[in-house]
Design a protein. Structure first.
Length: 276
């Protein structure tokens, strides 16, 4: 006689009849995303999109966020638009042949200083997310300002201005300045920044490139703890990869550990945060 019973359903029925506790479900398969990757459409990367996909096709990473640099201080908006349109067309072509979801993003340096340019870009280009980052202060690279005794305050002030005024989704490598000088990770300015991120419903990036550059993530775990303490939940993880060996670097272990800390890992699709 053909067995018409599903073994798992039958066992559940027996457990119910005899009052047995149901076994815990298997842990949900954990898919990871790397939401900060630079390809050859960034001035400082030579990775092709195809090489990124080929490198990751046997990995656990299922979402890649291409966050190519947008530098309005050095590139004219029409050039940026043309570059992003070429990149997006290539993404659409490659997306048809891969199981990895490729998300169209940009990383904009000092976006609060270029609001008209940002509005122009938004109207013409198709993007899923925007990372806002501070790499310069008044067009001077951070590394050139290390002798300024007030640099930390100036840096945090720029970040706060960016958060309050720029149309961004993700706050990139929050304490990036520690790459050049020692930072006070418990300052009042940082508390205000974290509070504004939460109030404005922005997302904090956990950037793993800090581990290879400064021995801890951007931002530092102390800042992440404070973010959680005051109610922050949403995060994206990004390797800030510029070559294939850096793709997905340190994301798996960090994201699993941080999941236990009530953080919510997500991606952005059409500028909307989606939990994964």
């Amino acid at each position: 006689m053909e067995n018409i019973y599903n073994r798992q359903d039958y066992q559940s029925y027996i457990n119910f009849i005899y009052g047995r506790k149901q076994p815990e479900p298997e842990e949900e398969k954990f898919y990871k995303a790397d939401m900060h990757v630079h390809c050859e459409y960034s001035y400082d990367s030579k990775m092709s999109i195809e090489s990124i996909i080929n490198h990751l096709k046997n990995s656990k990473i299922k979402y890649i966020g291409l966050a190519d640099h947008v530098n309005f201080a050095y590139e004219a908006p029409p050039y940026i638009v043309e570059k992003l349109k070429r990149r997006n067309a290539e993404i659409d072509r490659i997306q048809e042949t891969t199981g990895i979801t490729i998300l169209k993003g940009i990383e904009v340096g000092e976006p609060h200083l270029y609001l008209k340019e940002m509005a122009f870009l938004d109207k013409i280009t198709d993007t899923d997310f925007t990372i806002g980052s501070i790499h310069e202060i008044k067009t001077k690279p951070l590394r050139a300002l290390v002798k300024d005794k007030n640099l930390t305050k100036k840096y945090f002030k720029e970040i706060l201005n960016m958060i309050k005024n720029a149309p961004i989704d993700i706050v990139g490598h929050l304490d990036y300045l520690k790459r050049y000088i020692e930072l006070d990770e418990t300052s009042d300015e940082l508390y205000e920044i974290l509070s504004e991120i939460i109030r404005l419903k922005l997302t904090l990036e956990i950037n793993t490139s800090g581990i290879r550059r400064c021995s801890s993530t951007f931002p530092d775990p102390k800042i992440i703890d404070e973010y959680i303490k005051i109610g922050g939940r949403n995060v994206t993880y990004g390797s800030d990869a510029h070559n294939v060996t850096e793709l997905g670097e340190n994301i798996e272990n960090l994201s699993k550990d941080n999941k236990k800390l009530t953080l919510t890992q997500g991606i952005f699709v059409n500028h909307n945060f989606k939990r994964i």
